[in-house]
Each structure stands twice: as C-alpha cells, then as structure tokens.
Ligand binder design. Structure first.
Ligand code: SF4
Length: 447
C-alpha cells in the first residue's frame, strides 16, 4: 500500500562511534519534534533509518547485511521507508541507492536538519508514483546543528557534541571526507544545553568531538569550555573524547588537575609506537612527544587512567615497527586499548600506497592478536592492583542479572554490584572486590 502522508513512527538503528550515537539522538530529536513517535523495533516503524559508520570495511559489510535484512520487512510492509544515514551513506552515496534499490534515502552527516522534509518529499513522491529514492549528500562547512534538540535516553549521563568534522588528514582515516572540516558550536549554546540536561537530572556529561580538544569558538578554547562546564551547578562529573595528542596542552592538563568535576581519565589515541609509522599516518607527533604528554598528565593528575586506540598493520609497517608499538604499550601501560587492524578506505591517502606495502590478512591478524594479548595482560595487571580500593561510582543502569547495578568509577572503570534498580542516577562508594581483568565486581561501602 502506498502512503499518502508522512510516516509517523520512526526507528533509528545506529552503528559506530559515540559521535554517531549522538547523531542518532539528534535524528530522533528532529523526528520527534516533527510529530514522529520513536519506536524501539523496526517491525513497529513506518520509517527505519540505519545510521552507519565507514571507518572500517567490516562495519560497512555488517550494515549492508542489515539493510538487506530490513528489505524483508519492506516486502511485508511496502509502505516502509528505509533510509541509510551517516558516514557510509556519505561515502557510498548514490552507488548505495543503485546497489540496494529498496533503500529510499541516503543522507550524509551534514543533512540531518532536512531529514523530516526529505521524508515528506519521499511520501509525496510516492503519492504521485514518482521514483522515491532521494540522496542528500552535500557537505556543509557551517552545519554544527546548533539550536537543535537531541532526544536522549533517560539517565544521569549525557553526551554533548561540541564539535563536528575534522581538520586533520590522518592518512588512514575517512572521517574528514565524510564529515567535512571541523565545525565548533558556540560555547553559549553548549552551556545552555548542559543547563537543560542538569535540569532534567543529568549530572555527568561527556563533551564530544572528533578532535575535541582543538575546539575553539570565538575566544573560548577547549580548556576554557571544560572549566566552565566543570563549574556549572549540578555537574558532578565531566569527561571528553576524543582528544588529539597534539592538543593535550599544559592549559588542558591544568584544568584536568584543578577542576574537581573533571574525571581522572584521558583517552589518548596513540595509533602506533613507531615514529616512521606515525609520520606515514600523518599523526603530527612523535613517540617521544606522546610520552611527554603522558608524563605531563600523570604528573598533574597522579591517579589518572589512560586509554588509547592502536592500529596495527598500517601499510608498510615492518615487524620491528610493530614491536615498537608493543614497547609503547609496555612503557605507558594503558588502562585500556581499543585495537584495530588497518582497514583500507577508498579515497584516503593510505589507500594509494603501493600494493606491495599492504600486509597479508594472516600477518595482520597475528599482529592484532599479539597486541590484544599484550594490552589485555597489562590492563588485567593494572586492574588486579586496584582490587581493594574504594571508589566513587555513578549508578548508570541495572545490570543483566536481577538485582545487579552497573556503574562507572571516575577513572572510567566499569563496576557491577548488588543494588536496587530504583537507584540509577545515585552516586555511592564501592569497594572493588574482584576483577575479570577488564571490569570489576564490587560491594557498596555504606559506612
Ligand atoms: S584526527 Fe585523524 S583519526 Fe581522528 S578523525 Fe581526524 S583524521 Fe580521523
């Protein structure tokens, strides 16, 4: 059955990074403001949006499988509108519409403001039996979604995007090509949003940006914004992600050290422990400079937990260079590492490196396995050393098991402990009693 008016129940399914999850909330907010009911199952929806990631080939393959699965729903309900949004939509554009004729809309990350209008256009095209496929793919160097409301899940924590896009050109990364240049929100707009969140019961915010610490709006630098938010009444915890190591400045570290609300956790994406590889990745720092940043932060915030991202098997990475990355892991002893095999992305500079430099799948997998073993071993040792500590936690949600609560420490460690689900949003103190290596089980300390 063809629909003659705008569909009214929407389902948004998001893949990828926190920025994408935040975009999913933005889309839900835009649709809710236009009268859509946001539903939790695609079977209940008139519009299904798959909000995608392009950072790795594997992520795209998974999404393509998911979209074709959704076509099964469309066969049962021909009125269903299927949209693909986000970085993969931007990257593949109209090719995706050709490959998947059942997809009605592809929309890149700068197009969301026009999402409700685009859905109306699709509905009216359907009514007039015109072709319904629509592509919204223009990059907009000014779009930072200022003034729009996200629709957030209820709870004590919220992610607040302060920046979109990226001015770096790391040679492995597709982000600057699908999300455009860096665009920062006005500080006043960010502050007003956080005030609204506090009024709604949020006490922990994470400021979000592709290179969040390069944020600048007018005279307001990132350290200044961080300090202002940390001092807002009702804010008890502030985090930020992902910073670029080059912009981890003494000013930023000073704010981390001085402001009690800024959590003792830093995500510092190293990517490699080899100077030659870092140079070929165009990361704009050396290993020595990275180590200086680590030392700076650890000196000012002695109990800080540091996590990282690492890519192995970048084209041309020698075994010796890979071993330098393992050395970096052992030197810094990151609390957590997100580890990846290099994934070739068309359009990026690294994709144009000579074919003979690309490592075979087995070799890349072996490097990744070795890196994971080293990083997990270090994390497990660090966490075992923390058993017995008493930490403040914020209860974020009920655990999977009945009567279990899940919480984060200020240092971003996950703790489960017994408690009543009605206590979500409370702060309490928990003794870390045991660790699985990655997470802790604790017992609440009431005295
Ligand atoms: S800093 Fe580099 S890795 Fe991060 S989004 Fe920008 S280009 Fe990609």
């Amino acid at each position: 059955m063809l629909q003659t008016g705008p569909a009214k129940r929407a389902y948004v399914e998001t893949y990828g990074c926190q920025m994408n999850l935040s975009d999913g909330e933005l889309m839900e907010g835009l649709l809710a403001a236009r009268g859509y009911e946001i539903v939790r199952n695609p079977e209940d929806a008139d519009v299904v949006l798959v909000n995608t990631c392009a950072i790795r080939e594997h992520a795209e393959t998974r999404v393509l499988g998911r979209v074709s699965q959704l076509n099964g729903l469309k066969r049962e309900n021909p009125g269903l509108v299927i949209g693909v949004t986000g970085c993969m939509a931007q990257r593949l554009g109209t090719t995706l519409l050709e490959q998947a004729p059942y997809v009605d809309l592809v929309m890149g990350p700068d197009g969301y403001r026009s999402l409700p209008d685009a859905l109306e256009r699709i509905a009216s095209r359907r009514a007039s039996r015109a072709g319904t496929q629509l592509a919204v793919l223009e990059l907009d160097a000014t779009e930072n979604y200022q003034g729009l409301e996200q629709r957030r899940a209820e709870g004590p924590v919220a992610w607040v995007p302060v920046q979109r896009g990226c001015d770096h050109r790391c040679t492995f990364c597709i982000v600057p090509y699908v999300r455009g240049p860096e665009k920062n929100r006005d500080a006043a707009d960010v502050i007003a949003e956080v005030e609204g969140l506090v009024a709604g019961g949020v006490s922990e915010v994470t400021l979000l940006g592709q290179t969040v610490n390069s944020y600048r709006s007018g005279d307001t630098t990132f350290p200044m914004l961080l300090r202002r938010i940390a001092r807002m009444p009702g804010i008890r915890r502030v985090r930020f992600t992902s910073p670029h190591p080059s912009d981890v400045t003494p000013e930023l570290v000073e704010v981390m050290a001085e402001e009690p609300a800024v959590c003792e956790h830093l995500h510092l994406p190293a990517q490699s422990g080899s100077d030659r590889t870092l140079k070929r990745m165009l990361r704009r720092y050396t290993v020595a400079e990275l180590l200086q940043k680590v030392a700076l932060v650890r000196e000012a915030v002695p109990d800080v937990a540091i996590s990282t991202d690492i890519i192995v098997a970048f084209p041309g990475e020698t075994d010796a260079e890979f071993r330098e990355t393992l050395d970096l892991m052992r030197t810094v002893r990151f609390d957590e590492a997100y580890t990846y095999k290099y994934s070739m992305r068309d359009g990026t500079p690294a994709a144009r490196l000579p074919a003979e430099e690309f490592l075979g799948a087995d070799e890349a997998q072996a490097r990744l396995a070795e890196l994971i073993a080293v990083s997990r071993g270090i994390a497990a040792e660090i966490n075992a050393g923390e058993v017995g500590r008493v930490e403040e936690v914020l209860i974020e949600r009920p655990g999977r098991k009945e009567g279990q609560l899940l919480a984060h420490t200020r240092r971003n460690k996950v703790v489960s402990f017994e408690g009543d689900a009605g206590r979500v949003g409370e702060y309490t103190r928990v003794e870390l009693c045991s660790t699985s290596g990655a997470t802790f089980h604790g017992v609440e300390v009431t005295a």
